[in-house]
Design a protein around this ligand. Structure first.
Ligand SMILES: C[S@@+](CC[C@H](N)C(=O)[O-])C[C@H]1O[C@@H](n2cnc3c(N)ncnc32)[C@H](O)[C@@H]1O
Length: 390
């Protein structure tokens, strides 16, 4: 390829169907979709005749989109860090005023804002720049629909840590704060109130869609009580309580979480049916309830700890009770849920022994603990829940 910045047709070396490399003309379509590495690439390359006469479309588009996806990612993360979408939630703003208020250098300002237009997060009209509807709903910090918590954490923590992925792949070792001698992810986070708040907000951001689905899709009418283990800010419990007025629930988590949980439950108006119980699931039993929930918990830990937590959930339930485990459950063939697989790499970066797993892995651990039946149900996006009945 000559230059990725050229408007001229790009020539690329691509392997043909018998493994040889030849030059072919590639329409630079990828530049329009560079922010969407998982977008289905529209093939714009020559057709090749495969060995059995089948037409194959080979294109470097997906390779280039994925390889350079960090450009788009970091542009969006910096925009969130600078509060671009929160600033623009008041309405459109001229280039001069917006770039001045954001403190953008004249060299970067036009390119940065126009990149956000090209990526689909801002619109540009005669009255200046404005949020697109999605950016306005989900990236304005002042709205309850804000999902930027996880992206703030991605910007401040995950982005620098992922620069050391190759080292993690070679050594099997964490690449986060622990590298500088800090003990454990949660101990480190919980020692710093600002980071704790950021982390718990991030968890709400990543879990909210699935939480709302669980609150509606699970057969709650058959149960009266629930406990959410590792509840964080408590969004799962809040959504379940809001959608099911007959239920009483408990959020179980480390004591430092209490004030943040209680504020969140209070704001949602469910404090009379949703209470916090401080505890450490390594030292204490899980509180008893008809349904035990674990969202993004098991993947933090190694296999013996996963088994220990599932056994503690079994012991907390009555006969007929349910354990609901949910996160980005990997498909059994381990070939489809790229997000779930990358989440597992993220656990390599972030934890000592954590990893993500398939629905059938989880079902087998649940059966070992004594559960009689299990089933896997899709939630939203990459998330699924594994339900086990005692
Ligand atoms: C990855 S977050 C998941 C939060 C939430 N369930 C969700 O899906 O958004 C893990 C949670 O487990 C909690 N946690 C970690 N260690 C714990 C322990 N030993 N006992 C109780 N909770 C713990 C953390 O405080 C945190 O809230």
């Amino acid at each position: 390829m000559t230059s990725i910045f050229s408007d001229r047709p790009v020539w690329s070396r691509v392997p043909d169907d018998v493994g040889e490399v030849r030059l072919m003309r590639v329409d630079p379509y990828w530049r329009k979709t560079i922010g969407q590495p998982w977008a289905k690439a529209q093939s714009s390359t020559n057709s090749l005749q495969g060995e059995r006469g089948m037409t194959q479309h080979l294109s470097p588009e997906k390779i280039l989109q994925t390889g350079l996806a960090f450009w788009a990612s970091k542009t969006l993360l910096s925009a969130i860090e600078m509060g671009v979408f929160t600033e623009l939630s008041r309405g459109p703003e001229s280039f001069d005023s917006l770039s001045g208020r954001l403190g953008l250098h004249p060299r970067s300002a036009r390119d940065f804002l126009d990149t956000l237009v090209a990526l689909g997060f801002l619109a540009r009209g005669t009255d200046g720049y404005s949020n697109t509807p999605e950016a306005d709903l989900f990236l304005d910090r002042r709205k309850p629909s804000y999902v930027g918590g996880i992206l703030e954490m991605a910007n401040s923590r995950l982005y620098p840590f992922w620069a050391h992925l190759t080292e993690a792949l070679r050594t099997g070792l964490q690449q986060n704060e622990s590298k500088t001698g800090a003990a454990d992810l949660f101990v480190t986070l919980y020692a710093d109130p600002a980071r704790l708040k950021e982390f718990l907000g991030a968890m709400t951001g990543i879990s909210h869609g699935a939480n709302m689905t669980i609150a509606r899709a699970f057969p709650w009418k058959d149960y009266r009580t629930f406990v959410d283990v590792g509840t964080a800010q408590g969004d799962l419990g809040v959504q379940i309580a809001l959608a099911n007025p007959h239920l009483h629930g408990t959020g179980f988590d480390l004591p430092e979480v209490a004030p943040i949980f209680e504020e969140y439950a209070g704001t949602a108006g469910v404090s009379d049916r949703l209470t916090f119980q401080p505890g450490d699931f390594f030292k204490q039993d899980i509180p008893k309830a008809d349904v035990v929930l674990m969202g993004h918990i098991l993947h933090d830990w190694d296999l013996p700890t996963k088994r220990m937590l599932i056994k503690k959930a079994f012991d907390a339930l009555p006969v007929g009770g349910a354990l609901v485990v949910y996160e980005a459950i990997i498909d059994d063939d381990r070939s489809m849920n790229a997000f779930g697989l990358m989440m597992s790499l993220n656990m390599l970066i972030e934890t000592k022994g954590g990893f993500d797993y398939t629905g059938s892995d989880c079902s087998s651990w649940m059966k070992e603990a004594g559960f009689s039946t299990t089933r896997v149900e899709e939630l939203v996006g990459p998330d699924s829940m594994v339900i086990a009945i005692k």
